[in-house]
Design a protein around this ligand. Structure first.
Ligand code: ACO
Length: 326
C-alpha cells in the first residue's frame, strides 16, 4: 500500500437533467415498444439534457453535492479526474473547466479520462494511486456524460439504451481503508464492436454533418461484458483473498439489468444487495456507477464500514473493478 495511505470516500454527489424521456415517449418516435425495451434491458426511462446543458454543468452540480456532503473547503482539492466520453469541447478538458467553475485555484492537476462506460473505475484507479503515493490529499473523481449528443435518435438499436447524468466522489488520504484494490483491463482488438466511428481524424465529414453517433454490436458486447466483468470479480476476490459473502454491495455499471443480474449471481448475491438505477437512468456511461453509489449512500442503504465492489465495462473494450470499504 505504498506509504500506508488509503483513499477514503468522504463525500458522494450526483445530478440528473430534469427532462425525463420514457419508453412510451420513444414508442411515439421509433419502431419500438416499452415491453421490448424493458424486457431486454430493464430500462423504463432516462434523463436527457436540455439544448443548452453541458457535460461540465452536470459535473459541477454532482461535484458540489459531493463537496457539500464531505463538508470541506473546495480549495483543499488538489486533484480532479473526470471520466467522460462526451466532453464539452475537444479541449480543454472538462476537468479544467470544472476546476474553474468550482473556483479552485491551487494549481493541482486536472484531466479527463476516456474509457467509455469503464471510465469511472479507470478514474478511481488513477486517483487512488495519487493518494497512495502522496501525490494528493483530496481527489475529486467525477463521471459525467451527455451521451444523448452522440446518439442517433432514429436508430432503435442504440437510442433506447442511453441517458445523461453525472456522479462524483471525494477521496481523502486516510490511514484506514478506503479503496482496497483496483483492477483495470483493456483489449483494443474489439474496438469496432462498440464505437463512434468518426472524429477528428476519421470520417470527419460525419462530425461536420452532426452525425458522429455511437454504434454497437449489442449481442457481441453483451457476451464480452458478462465474461469480462465476471472475470474481474473473480480477480478482485482472489487478489484480496476474500470470500463472496464479505461483499455487502455490488455497485455495477448500469447498462442492462440482465448483465447486472448475471454479476449478482456470480457473487451469490440477491438483488437486494445490488444497487440498480438502470430502470430510471438507462446507461449513463461513465456516470452510471457514481450515480448509483450516491443514490444508495443518500438513502441509507450503503453505510460506513461496509464493503462494496464497483465494476464497469465499456468501449475499447475496457473494463475493471474497484473494491472499497466505506
Ligand atoms: N425495439 C424493438 N426491437 C428492437 C430494438 C428496439 N429498440 N432494437 C433492436 N430490435 C430488434 C433487432 O432489430 C432484432 O430484430 P431481428 O431479430 O428481426 O433482427 C431483435 O430486436 C433482437 O435484437 P438483439 O440485438 O438480438 O437483442 P438483444 O437481446 O441482444 O438485446 C441489447 C439488445 C439490449 C442492446 C443487448 O445486446 C445489450 O444490452 N448489449 C450490451 C450493451 C452493453 O453492455 N453496453 C455496455 C457498454 S456501453 C458503452 O461502453 C458505451
Amino acid at each position: 500500500m505504498g506509504k500506508g495511505r488509503y483513499a477514503k470516500i468522504i463525500g458522494t454527489g450526483s445530478f440528473l437533467p430534469e427532462r425525463v424521456v420514457t419508453n412510451k415517449d420513444l414508442e411515439a418516435r421509433i419502431a419500438t415498444t416499452d415491453e421490448w425495451i424493458y424486457s431486454r434491458t430493464g430500462i423504463r426511462e432516462r434523463r436527457i439534457v436540455a439544448a443548452d446543458e453541458k457535460t461540465s454543468d452536470l459535473a459541477e452540480r454532482a461535484s458540489c453535492a459531493a463537496i457539500e456532503m464531505a463538508g470541506i473547503d473546495p480549495q483543499l482539492i488538489d486533484l480532479i479526474v473526470v471520466a467522460t466520453t462526451t466532453p464539452d469541447q475537444v479541449f480543454p478538458s472538462v476537468a479544467c473547466l470544472l476546476q474553474d467553475r468550482l473556483g479552485i485555484h491551487g494549481g493541482g492537476p486536472a484531466f479527463d479520462v476516456q474509457a467509455v462506460c469503464a471510465g469511472f473505475v479507470y478514474a478511481m484507479d488513477i486517483a487512488n494511486r495519487y493518494v497512495q503515493t502522496g501525490g494528493c490529499q483530496y481527489a475529486l473523481v467525477v463521471g459525467a456524460e451527455t451521451f444523448s449528443r452522440i446518439i442517433d435518435w432514429t436508430d432503435r438499436e442504440t437510442c433506447v439504451l442511453f441517458g445523461d447524468g453525472a456522479g462524483a466522489v471525494l477521496l481523502h488520504a486516510a490511514e484506514a481503508p478506503g479503496v482496497i484494490s483496483t483492477h483495470l483491463h483493456a483489449d483494443g482488438r474489439y474496438h469496432e464492436l462498440l464505437s463512434v466511428p468518426s472524429g477528428v481524424s476519421v470520417n470527419y465529414e460525419q462530425v461536420l454533418r452532426g452525425e458522429a453517433y455511437a454504434q454497437m454490436q449489442g449481442s457481441e458486447v453483451f457476451k464480452f461484458a458478462v465474461k469480462c466483468m465476471g472475470d474481474v470479480v473473480d480477480e478482485t476476490l482472489t487478489v484480496n483473498g476474500i470470500v463472496k459473502s464479505s461483499i455487502d454491495w455490488l455497485v455495477p455499471h448500469q447498462a442492462n439489468i440482465r448483465i447486472i443480474a448475471a454479476m449478482a449471481r456470480k457473487l451469490d448475491m440477491t438483488m437486494d444487495k445490488v444497487v440498480v438505477t438502470v430502470d430510471r437512468h438507462g446507461n449513463t456511461s461513465a456516470a452510471s456507477i457514481p450515480l448509483a453509489l450516491d443514490e444508495a449512500v443518500r438513502d441509507g442503504r450503503i453505510r460506513t464500514g461496509q464493503t462494496l465492489i464497483m465494476e464497469g465495462f465499456g468501449g475499447g473494450f475496457t473494463w475493471g473493478s474497484v473494491l472499497v470499504k466505506m
